[in-house]
Design a protein around this ligand. Structure first.
Ligand code: RFL
Ligand code: PHB
Length: 392
C-alpha cells in the first residue's frame, strides 16, 4: 500500500489528523492494533475545550456532539464541605466546556474516515517503522486476515499510538520527563440523572472525588484510590459510601445513586517526551505526553498537537515548505508544558495522601481559598480549564 501520510493509532489524535488532512486533499492510512468495536467502546475522557468543539463543528463532524453534548458554563470546587462555583463563561469572556464522551468523538471520526476512503486497518499486529531518515518511510504490520506482513509506504509517519505504543521509541535523541503519582482514580458509570448541573471537583480528607455526567440519564464519577488497589475490593456499596462522604456539603447536597454498569482503576502520571520528531516521524497526543486527568486536558492537548501537525503537513504538500514541520516539536511543547503544569496544579491541589504533612494540607486550602475569593485566581483557573486560544 502507498499513501502520503501513514498514521499509527486510531485514537482521537490519529483520527482527527486523518480528518483534517482529508479536508486539505491529503491521503492517509491509519494502522490500529485494536478492533473497531474495542476503540469505539473504551470509556475515557469527557471534557472538550471550546476551540475543539468549534473545530469539530466547522469541519463537519459536530452534528451528534451538538445534539448529545452537555454544555457547561462553570465548574464547582468543593472543600471544607462548602461549594464554590468558578464561572468559566463569565471569567473567560464567554467560553464554555462541553461534556461529550471520547468514544463518541471516536465513533464520529471513524464514521468520517469510513465515508471518505475506508482506509483504517484494524487488528494490526507487531508494528515496526522503517526508513524514518529517508523520503519514503514505512509502517510494517501483521495482517490479521492473512497472518502475513503488509507494509504502508508513505512520505510522513504520524505516531498517534498512545502512551504504550511503539513509535516514541524510534526517536533516538529524546529526553523523557516522568512523575508517577501516589494517587489512582476509580471511575464508574451509573444509571442516574446528574446530581449537579455542573462538574464538581472535591477535596476531602478521605481523598479526592469528581462528579461528572454523560447526559440526562448517566453519571460519571471518580474517587481517588490507591493505584495498586484491585477493583474487586470495591463493592458498589463501598463506592457509594465513599462518594457520599467525599461529596457531602453543609447545605444538604444530594447524590443520586443508580446501578453501576462500568468500573475500573487507573494510575496517573505526568509524562513528556522531547523532542517529538525524528526524520519523517512525528509523534502526537499520549504517545508524546500524558497528564493526570484532573485538569481534563489529555484529549484536548492531543488535538492541539494534531492541529499543528496538520498545518505542517499541509504546508509541505501545498507549498513544498518544511519550516512548520521542522518546528513541529518546538511549537507543540509550549502548549504541552502549559497543560502539564495545569494538570499537576489541579491534581496536587485536590488530592490527599496519608504521607501529606499538615503543612501541605494548609497549602491546598490556601490555594483553594484564593480561587474561591479572588477574581484573578479564579480567572486563571478558568482560562486554563476552558483552554487557552490555539495560538496564545
Ligand atoms: P489513545 O487514545 O491512547 O489512542 C492511541 C491508539 O493507538 C493504538 N495503538 C496502536 N496501534 C497500532 N499499533 C500499535 N503498536 C499500537 N499501540 C497502540 C491504541 O490501540 C489506540 O487506539 O491516544 P491519543 O489519540 O493520543 O488520545 C489521548 C486521549 O485518549 C487521552 O489523553 C485522554 O483520554 C485523557 N483523558 C481526558 N482528556 C481530556 O481532554 N478530557 C478529559 O476529561 C479526560 N478524562 C482521560 C480522562 C483519560 C482517562 N483515562 C482512562 C486514562 C479520563 C480518564 C479516565
Ligand atoms: C469525565 O467526565 O470523564 C471527566 C471530567 C473531568 C475530568 C476528567 C474526566 O477532569
Amino acid at each position: 500500500m502507498r499513501t502520503q501520510v501513514g498514521i499509527l493509532g486510531a485514537g482521537p489524535a490519529g483520527l482527527l489528523l486523518a480528518h483534517l488532512l482529508r479536508l486539505k486533499g491529503i491521503e492517509s492510512v491509519i494502522i490500529e492494533r485494536k478492533t473497531r468495536e474495542e476503540i469505539e467502546g473504551t470509556i475515557k475522557a469527557g471534557v472538550l475545550e471550546q476551540w475543539l468543539v468549534d473545530l469539530l463543528n466547522e469541519t463537519g463532524v459536530g452534528q451528534r456532539l451538538m445534539q448529545e453534548g452537555v454544555f457547561h458554563h462553570g465548574i464547582e470546587l468543593r472543600f471544607n464541605e462548602r461549594s464554590h462555583r468558578v464561572n468559566c463563561h463569565e471569567l473567560t469572556g464567554g467560553k464554555n466546556i462541553t461534556v461529550y464522551a471520547q468514544h463518541e468523538v471516536i465513533i464520529d471520526l471513524v464514521a468520517a474516515k469510513m465515508r471518505a476512503d475506508g482506509n483504517i486497518v484494524f487488528n494490526a499486529g507487531d508494528v515496526t517503522l522503517n526508513g524514518l531518515e529517508t523520503d519514503s518511510p514505512a509502517i510494517r504490520y501483521r495482517n490479521d486476515q492473512t497472518g502475513g506482513f503488509d507494509e504502508v509506504r508513505c512520505e510522513v509517519i504520524a505516531g498517534c499510538d498512545g502512551f504504550h505504543g511503539p513509535s516514541r521509541s524510534y526517536i533516538p535523541n529524546r529526553e523523557e520527563y516522568l512523575k508517577v503519582y501516589k494517587y489512582g482514580w476509580l471511575g464508574i458509570l451509573c444509571d442516574a440523572p446528574p446530581s449537579s448541573p455542573e462538574l464538581v471537583y472535591a477535596n476531602h480528607e478521605r481523598g479526592f472525588s469528581l462528579l461528572s455526567t454523560r447526559g440526562p440519564e448517566v453519571q460519571r464519577l471518580y474517587i481517588q484510590v490507591d493505584p495498586q488497589d484491585d477493583i474487586d475490593n470495591w463493592s458498589d456499596d463501598r463506592i457509594w459510601t465513599e462518594l457520599h462522604a467525599r461529596l457531602e456539603t453543609r447545605d444538604g447536597f444530594q447524590l443520586n445513586e443508580g446501578p453501576i454498569f462500568q468500573k475500573s482503576i487507573f494510575q496517573m502520571r505526568s509524562f513528556v517526551c522531547a523532542t517529538m520528531q525524528y526524520g519523517r516521524l512525528f509523534i502526537a497526543g499520549d504517545a508524546a505526553h500524558t497528564v493526570p486527568p484532573t485538569g481534563a486536558k489529555g484529549l484536548n492537548l492531543a488535538a492541539r498537537d494534531i492541529v499543528k501537525l496538520a498545518r505542517g503537513i499541509t504546508e509541505y504538500y501545498q507549498k513544498g515548505k518544511k519550516e512548520l514541520l521542522d518546528r513541529y516539536s518546538a511549537l507543540c511543547l509550549r502548549d504541552v508544558w502549559r497543560s502539564e503544569h495545569f494538570s499537576y496544579f489541579m491534581t496536587t491541589m485536590l488530592h490527599r495522601h496519608q504521607e501529606d504533612t499538615p503543612l501541605e494540607r494548609e497549602f491546598q486550602l490556601a490555594q483553594l481559598e484564593l480561587i474561591a475569593s479572588t477574581r484573578a485566581a479564579a480567572a486563571s483557573l478558568a482560562e486554563n480549564y476552558v483552554g487557552l486560544p490555539l495560538d496564545w
